[in-house]
Design a protein around this ligand. Structure first.
Ligand code: GLA
Ligand code: ZN
Length: 676
């Protein structure tokens, strides 16, 4: 695959406007010493660029750009629209977001615009156009970066402008209020809409029960779809302005992994290259981080992505923020590359002295020298990337397993009022993903609406908690399995249609025939409660819910234990459907249970897997010239040893040795091994 960039970008956010100008060049020289070759600029500069509605001032940005050009830096140029200037909120208070409880924000914060505000659309487009006109063609300009972390300012907007645009959106979707009433099951609690004007967003003093749940769940789903699309329109608006001045340079915006509010599959279709910001928490398992990378690769059609941000040291926004241990940032960086990143970028280059991010890690820390541990580790990583990053760029991950990540099911599952409040959708996806990651089986992420042709690229398709089955999806899955594919789904699957209405006739709705089961009831388990699951291969526990299953052709793989009235009922089943198999997982299995369940499936399908010690992961990127790059990563703070015959004879690129027998990995150690 042709790489997006001609060199491996190593750098990240640089905010020189926070510093006296006479420090800039020295900072750049220090960054060069760390092999940094890229700066992301102008992310939060709207107030400087446009001090008043009728006045623009690019003089400082001109000087920043000139300096970067002088030093042959690659430039990622943001449009600068991520925080509203004070004068704008003063003069146009409707430009800022309104909370679910009706409180309209005042000047402050960031990512704070109302996504339907006509004024915001106008001025952000004009600013993006000015920036593009002025800096298109700048030597080293490699990417346009629109706004920043859309939706990251905390929640949807519930203002009157949004309500009005939502009504228009609904009119276009449903045509008549009769159709709307039917879709929303509006006879419930006298919710008949007589006139479009009766439609109110799910505010907390109306139908909103929380930011996730709503009296009329179809309203909740439609409002989320509408808001995700409204934000996307803001992105497209700026993107199109840039395209008027620059026909070719890739345009992106930085996404946030499993972020709930935006349907990233829709977003990625509008982006030239996917970029995202990776900020694992201190207790985030490495498998979850790996899943996020794979998801971000998946939304972009399995192409390499940009790691637009990560922290070079501790974050500042947890209750307590540990410094990253020696080697940890290097490990996180190589993990991103192992899963398809073609850049390694940080927030940020120089640590602020003011503002709430002054304790956030940076390449140049408060001491301002090259003597800090973090600076030295960054420089060592930069040296490695400058040596071997380029040859890895453009190489692909080859997977025979796909997981469906479905934002509709995300909203729907977490929107359910009953049978449990225990679900977090990404955690349910991770529950399945982890079992594959643990065996180093590569995974792609796909949409639930993937076509039959796309599904046929895979031997196994998994749809965790696919509660929303959109039109056509069940039929496509039936054809896929009938043709020999293997499919896994389970608890909560198939319950809702696209309007969030329960499909009548028994769960899992349209998937019932394919799965060969009828789920009669769904029992919820209390937060500390578990249920035993016993079978030939699985001896484990389930949590959160237990589906009470009747088999309708499926075979039993395991049953519930304990002394519930449904003890002895099937907990795990497999249905032979045409030439393929459909597995139903009745309860969220614990880690050992999921691993045991998945093991024979991996084996029967002949999926390539690798046995590595606990906390050591292996992933492989395939280059067009046939070289395979194997990334062996020790995710833990303890040294590890392993032997894998497949790696013997490979060339270890970081240490420049040939693999021969046992491999020792230091704490957080990384090996990149080229295999022919
Ligand atoms: C986000 C933002 C950055 C910065 C970092 C701090 O990713 O995009 O501007 O605030 O968080 O972790
Ligand atoms: Zn609004």
């Amino acid at each position: 695959m042709k790489p997006t960039f001609s060199s491996f970008l190593f750098g990240g956010d640089w905010n020189p406007e926070q510093w006296p100008e006479d420090t800039w060049e020295h900072d750049i020289e220090m960054l060069e010493d760390a092999h940094i070759n890229e700066a992301t600029i102008n992310v939060f500069s709207w107030a400087l660029l446009q001090p008043a509605e009728d006045r623009y001032d690019f003089s400082m940005l001109d000087r920043i750009v000139a300096l970067l050009v002088k030093h042959h830096f690659n430039i990622v140029m943001a449009t600068g629209t991520a925080a509203l200037p004070g004068w704008m909120v003063r003069e146009h208070p409707e430009v800022i977001r309104t909370e679910q409880n009706g409180t309209r924000h005042v000047f402050g914060g960031r990512h704070n615009f109302c996504p339907t505000s006509p004024y915001f659309r106008k001025v952000s487009r004009v600013l993006a156009a000015h920036v593009a006109e002025r800096y298109a063609g700048t030597p080293g300009l490699v990417t346009w970066h629109v706004c920043n972390e859309y939706g990251g300012g905390g929640g949807l907007c519930y203002c009157e402008q949004c309500a009005e645009s939502f009504r228009e959106w609904l009119k276009a979707k449903y045509g008549t209020v009769e159709n709307l009433n039917k879709a929303w099951c509006a006879n419930f609690w006298s919710h008949t809409i007589y006139d479009w004007a009766d439609v109110v967003p799910p505010v907390s003093y109306g139908d909103g029960i929380s930011d996730a749940k709503c009296v009329v769940s179809g309203l909740q789903m439609d409002y989320r779809r509408f808001q995700s699309q409204a934000q996307l329109e803001c992105y497209k608006n700026e993107r199109d302005a840039i395209r008027e001045y620059d026909a070719a340079t890739p345009i992106t915006t930085n996404l946030m992994g499993t972020f709930k509010d935006l349907d990233y599959f829709e977003w990625a279709k509008e982006m030239d290259v996917v970029s995202w910001d990776n900020y694992p928490g201190m207790d985030t398992p490495p498998s979850y981080t790996a899943m996020c990378h794979d998801l971000m690769r998946g939304i972009g059609g399995n192409k390499p992505f940009m790691l637009m941000e990560q922290t070079p040291n501790q974050q500042n926004w947890f209750p307590f923020c540990k410094v990253k241990r020696p080697g940890e940032v290097r490990k996180l960086s190589w993990q991103a590359v192992a899963h398809g990143a073609d850049t390694v970028q940080f927030f940020q280059m120089k640590q602020s002295i003011g503002g709430c991010e002054r304790f956030h890690g940076a390449v140049i820390a408060h001491d301002g020298t090259e003597e800090s541990r973090v600076f030295k580790e960054t420089a060592a990583l930069g040296e490695e990337l400058s040596r071997i990053g380029k040859r890895i760029m453009g190489s692909r991950i080859e997977s025979r397993v796909a997981i469906m990540f479905d934002w509709q099911s995300y909203w729907s599952l977490e929107g359910c009022v009953g049978p449990t409040a225990g679900f977090n959708y990404p955690n349910e996806v991770h529950r399945f993903y982890r079992a594959l990651w643990r065996r180093n089986v590569p995974v792609d992420f796909i949409e639930s609406t993937a076509s039959l042709d796309e599904l046929k690229n895979y031997d196994l398709v998994i749809a965790p908690a696919l509660i929303t089955v959109l039109p056509g999806v069940a039929e496509t899955l039936e054809s896929y399995v009938a043709d020999g594919g293997s499919f896994i789904t389970g608890y909560m699957a198939g319950i809702h249609d696209e309007h969030d209405l329960v499909v009548p006739g028994g769960y899992p709705g349209k998937l019932r025939k394919l799965m060969g089961v009828w789920v009669e009831e769904i029992d919820a388990l209390a937060p500390d409660e578990t249920i035993e699951v016993h079978g030939d291969v699985v001896d484990a526990k389930g949590e959160i819910v237990a589906s009470i299953i009747h088999r309708e052709g499926a075979e039993r793989l395991a049953s519930y234990g304990g002394n519930e009235f449904y003890a002895g009922h099937s907990a795990l089943t497999v249905n032979t459907y045409g030439k393929g198999k459909a597995y139903f997982v009745g309860t969220p299995l614990d880690e050992t249970g999921m691993s045991a369940f998945m093991a024979p499936i991996i084996q029967q399908l002949g999926l390539k897997s690798f046995d590595t010690p606990e906390d050591v992961s292996l992933s492989i990127r395939h280059a067009d010239d046939g070289t395979r790059y194997a990334f062996l990563i020790n995710q833990s703070a303890n040294g590890k040893q392993l032997y894998l015959s497949e790696l013997d004879g490979g060339k270890e690129l970081l240490g420049d040795s040939v693999v021969d027998g046992v491999i020792s990995l230091k704490p957080y150690g990384v090996d990149v091994i080229a295999l022919q």
